[in-house]
Write a protein that binds this ligand. Sequence first.
Ligand SMILES: NC(=O)c1ccc[n+]([C@@H]2O[C@H](COP(=O)([O-])OP(=O)(O)OC[C@H]3O[C@@H](n4cnc5c(N)ncnc54)[C@H](OP(=O)(O)O)[C@@H]3O)[C@@H](O)[C@H]2O)c1
Length: 358
Amino acid sequence: MKISVLGSTGSIGTSALDVISNLKNYTVVGLSANNNKTLLNKQINKFKPKYVAVGSSELKDISLIKEADLVLIAVVGFAGLIPLINAIKLKKRIALANKEALVIAGDLINKLIRKYPAEIIPVDSEHSAIFQCINGNNPEEISKIILTASGGPFRNYPYKKLSKVCVNDVLKHPTWKMGKKITVDSATMINKGFEVIEAHYLFGVPYDKIEVVIHPQSIVHSGVEFTDGSIIAQLGRTDMRLPIQYALTYPERVQSTVKKLNLTEVGKLEFFKLSAKNFPCFELAMSAAKISGSMLTVLNAANEVAVMKFLDNKISFIKIPKLIEKAMKKHKVIKNPDLEDIIEVDSETRKYVEEIAR
Ligand SMILES: NC(=O)c1ccc[n+]([C@@H]2O[C@H](COP(=O)([O-])OP(=O)(O)OC[C@H]3O[C@@H](n4cnc5c(N)ncnc54)[C@H](OP(=O)(O)O)[C@@H]3O)[C@@H](O)[C@H]2O)c1
């Protein structure tokens, strides 16, 4: 199996290369990164890929994925959109970690998937879980998707305290170790909103049949309730190498180096209703999902700029939803945006949020 790993220097990318090192008959033919050239060079020496891309323009070059049987898209943010579209047009099997592309352009991507027989296997742990639960069942018999959420580091914080949280507080996620942007997204819970949208587009389930449930232990990665009331859920360690490996070897399951889960050591599993009052970003994501069209592109672009500003200590944590809300209020929705519209809306939103954040 020939594989291209886009975003190979990131959290998912490095875990994927670790998984690939332990798989038989997998060859890396493409690698890509943005800034981390030291790590990229180490990866080149170890995996000897035929194609390497650095930065977002080179990432759009199809030679990076042309020879691959499988393309892992583990780039963060908007930069993942064009490579995803290219991989679909080349009819590839795609292991998709980048959730932003489905948020930005879910309708367009689904149109393309119907036109070209490409295949998307989810890498996000919740969506990998749902994919595994649906496998072998009739998708028409799904009555509800149960999307679990750890609740992030501020699940029990009073809203007042949130105005004082700093970058270091946010980067301490209770259960997962991830890249910086998704860690901030998890703390604001926009990440869970993105995942609801991702589930809607990946599995064709309407929004009112997707329920978010707080599960602080992050052991049940998600579940599906069927018409007869049975719930099938997937459990596992909080280690991204498991869903990554499943996406790479699907439909086969092979031995993993991750330690097996011992349920008696876990002891208890808890589930709570989501109280969204501390998480305006989650609400904004749900409202953009209902409006849909180009509003979803605005949601993502405004969030990307706001999160970068927060990470650079330019704005406070609670300013993130305020900037997103302003950008959404200003936007005139395009119902069925094409790629050109999406690129334009993304760039205009970025400019606007940059201006109002000053
Ligand atoms: N981390 C997780 O556990 C997890 C779980 C589920 C889903 N995801 C999703 O997977 C994606 C990757 O997340 P991550 O946590 O692995 O992120 P990350 O650690 O920040 O890694 C991002 C990767 O993308 C590259 N990159 C960043 N901006 C780029 C640009 N403009 N053009 C080209 N390449 C660029 C980075 O290169 P440099 O390192 O060289 O800067 C790096 O290789 C995200 O969409 C995230 O939502 C992540």
